[in-house]
Each structure stands twice: as C-alpha cells, then as structure tokens.
Design a protein around this ligand. Structure first.
Ligand code: AMP
Ligand code: GLY
Length: 440
C-alpha cells in the first residue's frame, strides 16, 4: 500500500519504520531532512508540513491510498479534511476532531458536558483582567496554560514555576501580550500525583489501548526545570507502570472511550491515535491533556515493540474497522532524548552530530532521528530534540542499561541527556511518592 507520512521528528521516524516493516511504500513530507525517514521512503518532499495544498498535490501525484500525520500543527490547519476530500483515507483526525488537542478549553468543556470523570476545575479567559479577578477569588494552586498549541512548552505550574500571585499574573500577562498559543488563557486546578500516558488507537467508535508509558516533561534530572516536549520515557514489560495498577489503567481507558463516544455525538468522530496524559491522584486518574496524535517520545517506546501490522492498524483506524487483535512484545523499553544544549530555554543549533546506528543496534537499542538536518553533507542539530535512543530488553533495568550503552555512540559537542530516566532510583521515587499520597 502507498502511504503518505507527514512530519520529520522522532515520532514520525518511529512510525515510518513501523509502516515500512509492515510492507508500506512510503511517501514522506517533512520540513527537515530526517535521514531515518528518507532511508525508508520511496520518495520524499521537503516543505512546510502545514502547506496543505502542496502536501495534497504530492499525495495525489504519487497515488497514495492512506495517510499518517505525525504532528499537531498540520491537523490544526485541516490537512485531513483536504486529503479526505481527495479520497485519501487518513489515520488521523479532522480539523474539528483535532480540537481535542488544539483547544484546551474545548477539551475541558466536552469532558464537563458529557459528565466524563477525570476532569479538573478550570476557567478560561480572553483577557488578563478577568483572569486576575478569578485568581484573587481562589485559595488553591493552579496551572497556567495558553489555550492553543505551544509545542508542549507553554505550561507553568504554581508551586513549581510560579511562586507568587505576582509571578502568576506576570505569566498570564505575557501570554496575552505575546499572544502565546493565539487563543487566550486557561487556568486549571493543580493535580498532585504521578503522571502517565495512555494512548489508544481509535476508528471513530472503537478503541484499542497501547502499553502505558511515562514521559518526563521537565528539562533537567530530578524533574526540575522548564517544561519541554518530553525528555524521555519508558514502558515496562507488563505494559503497566510500577505505580499504576490495573484498576487505574482501566479508569483511564474508560475516560478515553467516553471522550471518543462524546466526539461521535458532537458530530466530529475521532480517527487516529489518541493520547491521554493523566495524573494519577489519590482520587484516581485526572486528565492533564488529550492530544490528537501519538506522543513524542512515547511513540518511540511503543512502536518498536508493536508486533501487529501498523499499516493494517492505520487502515482500520481510517476506515472504522478496528479489531482488538493488536499485539505488543513483552519487552521493556527506555527512551532518552539527546537534545541540543540550552533546550527548554534557548537552544544552540547547527552543531555536527554523529550517530553510529550499527553500534547502537549491537547494544540492544535503536535510534530515531528527530530535529536534525543535513547541511553541506553533514548531519547537524536543530533547535528541538535531536535523536531518541531506545534501549529494549526483557526487564526495565536491562533496557535502561542498553540505552545508556547505546548513547555512547551518539557524538556531538553541544547536547545533553537526562540520564536519570528509567533508572531504578527514579522509578522507585515515583512508587514511594504514590504510596506516601495514598497513606496520607
Ligand atoms: P501539558 O503540556 O498540558 O502536558 O503540561 C505540561 C506539564 O505540566 C504536564 O506534563 C504536567 O507535569 C504539568 N501540568 C499540566 N497541567 C497540570 C495540572 N492541571 N496539574 C498539575 N500539573 C499539570
Ligand atoms: N510527550 C508529550 C507529547 O507528545 O505531547
């Protein structure tokens, strides 16, 4: 089957690899020359991923039958609506369905309207004065978010990033003054607990859950520093997480199924991978955000261990024929992102980066290229995450060790990595934190 892929990051490289493995002929569109994607593509086009007209004419010219869209930005501008109008099936949501991610107020209001569990207190504002009035009237900690898309970097949490009323208002004002996210501000009740990611395949109606993943959004070791797109993530061999039990997972899956049902009722049925970010609290899982796509890095954990045909799953998501015979291997995975120096604050880019794929494979690991580009025949870093290295093994401990061994085969003089991700010490801290909350 001829498949169009859109996006040039680590998540898309992992998806392209899974499509290729299951027999697809790949036609790739991306803004940067991702060498991993190019290697697997029959043809590729370098262009703005939001240039709907260009992407559509490339897809039509190549006669693709199915499309996979990685990032949220092209979804927001209606790339799926345009491709579907050309008769191309899409394993991704329409512009209306993608609002579940592109508008944080749409998501919270939908969850409220359909009485779905897991919602947090929230209020949204189109001006700073109203937000200030509201803030004066509450006595609990909140989180400040731009309503629109910010590439995972716009969220600030009281008690972590914002330590006074003044700091909170400064950030609210900054969002309005600089029009960050382009759609106003949402203030949410702060949930306390441990975060996990539950993703599901969706065909408009039916869902199939993927293994649980834990991402690490903070830039620096020990979970401190600014929020990022995600510094790394892990999955365990039983597809659960050491601090998330079967019941909590079931509750998260029920929330996602209810959202899928609600969207069908609203006349915007959801097709594609749906991403649920949850905070496990003492009162069960609470919704942090819902995304209209695979998580990045989370895709790099689950796609290498997917044993069923990803091409087949994408076709079924697009055509409303999903079945639950989706198999994942029982390996644990640990992904650590190599990111440019300064990432999260102000990245240094344009540094040469060397990746020894063979040596990485010999370590029981795999590498996915992300925001790198080829300039004058050399592979160089961009301003976003550079390459993801994923260790894989029957236990979490071995997977983490494989990842660390493999990281030695990525060389660049202006990068950093969160080495604590997937380590026994950090995982144990999460388990202890949940136990403390439960016993308090
Ligand atoms: P988001 O981009 O919405 O995933 O937010 C980035 C990070 O901010 C999340 O991964 C959480 O660590 C934190 N966060 C977002 N919303 C909340 C909330 N309501 N309560 C506590 N932490 C939050
Ligand atoms: N890993 C977080 C995200 O993809 O939004």
């Amino acid at each position: 089957m001829k498949v169009l892929t859109v996006g040039g990051g680590g998540r898309e490289h992992a998806a392209v690899e899974a499509l290729y493995r299951s027999g697809a002929e790949i036609y790739a569109v991306m803004k940067n020359a991702n060498p991993g994607i190019i290697k697997r593509s029959k043809e590729h086009l370098l262009c703005d991923e939001k240039d709907v007209a260009k992407v559509c004419s490339f897809a039509k010219e190549k006669g693709v039958e199915l499309a996979y869209i990685g990032p949220e930005a092209p979804l927001e501008v209606g790339i799926v609506d345009a491709l579907e109008a050309e008769g191309i099936k899409c394993a991704a949501p329409t512009k209306a369905a993608a609002r579940i991610e592109t508008s944080k107020s749409f998501m919270r209001e939908l969850v409220d309207k359909y009485n779905i569990s897991g919602n947090l207190g929230f209020a949204h504002f189109d001006n700073a004065a109203d937000a200030e009035e509201y803030l004066k009237g509450i006595d609990y900690e909140i989180v400040v978010k731009p309503i629109g898309l910010t590439g995972g970097k716009g969220v600030k949490v009281q008690g972590e990033h914002l330590n006074s009323f003044e700091e909170t208002m400064d950030y609210v004002n900054e969002i309005f003054d600089q029009n960050i996210g382009g759609a106003g501000v949402i203030l949410e009740e702060r949930a306390i607990g441990e975060e996990f990611t539950q993703m599901v395949f969706v065909d408009g109606k039916n869902i199939v859950p993927l293994p649980l993943v834990q991402d690490h959004k903070r830039a620096y070791e020990g979970d401190v520093g600014p929020n990022t797109g995600g510094m790394g993530s892990y999955t365990d061999s039983n597809h659960l997480l050491p601090f998330v039990g079967e019941d909590d997972r079931k509750a998260a899956i029920e929330i996602l199924q209810s959202i899928v049902d609600a969207m069908a009722q609203e006349g915007c049925p959801y097709h594609g991978t749906m991403y649920g970010q949850f905070m496990l609290t003492v009162r069960g899982p609470k919704i942090i955000e819902i995304n209209a796509r695979f998580g990045d890095p989370e895709a790099m954990n689950v796609l290498p261990i997917l044993e069923s045909s990803f091409t087949d799953i994408c076709w079924k998501m697009a055509t409303g024929t999903l079945t639950d015979d989706v198999e994942f291997s029982k390996d644990a995975t640990v992904c650590k992102y190599v990111v440019p120096k300064g990432y999260g604050v102000k990245s240094e880019s344009g540094h040469e980066i060397a990746v020894d794929e063979e040596a990485i494979a010999d370590c029981g690991a795999v590498v996915y290229y992300a925001n790198v580009d080829v300039k004058d025949g050399k592979l160089v870093t961009g301003t976003s995450r550079s390459v993801g290295v994923i260790g894989r093994a029957p236990t979490l401990e071995e997977a983490e060790q494989n990842c660390e061994k493999a990281l030695e085969h990525v060389k660049c003089d202006a990068i950093f990595v969160r080495h604590d991700i997937g380590t026994r010490a950090l995982v144990q801290r999460r388990v202890d934190h949940m136990n403390e909350l439960r016993s308090a």
